[in-house]
Write a protein that binds this ligand. Structure first.
Ligand code: MN
Length: 134
């Protein structure tokens, strides 16, 4: 057994070329020493969301607080709430974020992350796309 302290990581602001709105990211300390998955806790303020993006090995989201939204390209926007899990297939274009009037915190698990990163970032989700009917 090996315990890796939360104190060994730092909260960092989500980059503006990946997100709309204010987002905070914490890499799990478990990430250190595990090449098999990237694990991140991501906190979205109301209305904040990712850009459109894909993951070459797919992604699992587990919502740990608040209320959020997610959409796969060509599909409807779905609500996701505390305790929900969402799976995205490899290469599936999508976005995820907070609901308009609620924060949302999810744990993101990115399997078998490439050495050059586990996400291919694309264009922002426009206000019109974000406000589309569910
Ligand atoms: Mn994703």
């Amino acid at each position: 057994m090996r315990l890796v302290s939360a104190n060994s990581t730092q909260t960092r602001r989500g980059p503006e070329d990946w997100f709309t709105g204010t987002v905070w990211m914490d890499a799990s300390p478990a990430d250190a020493g595990s090449p098999d998955a990237g694990i991140f806790r991501v906190s979205f303020e109301p209305g904040a969301r990712t850009n459109w993006h894909t993951h070459p090995e797919g992604q699992i989201l587990y919502v740990v607080a608040g209320a959020g939204r997610a959409q796969s390209e060509g599909g409807q926007i779905v609500a996701m709430n505390t305790g929900d899990a969402v799976y995205f297939a490899p290469g599936e274009k999508h976005w995820h974020g907070a609901a308009p009037e609620s924060f949302m915190v999810h744990v993101a698990i990115n399997p078998a992350a490439r050495s050059d990163g586990s996400t291919d970032w694309l264009e922002p989700v426009t206000d019109e796309e974000y406000a589309a009917k569910r």
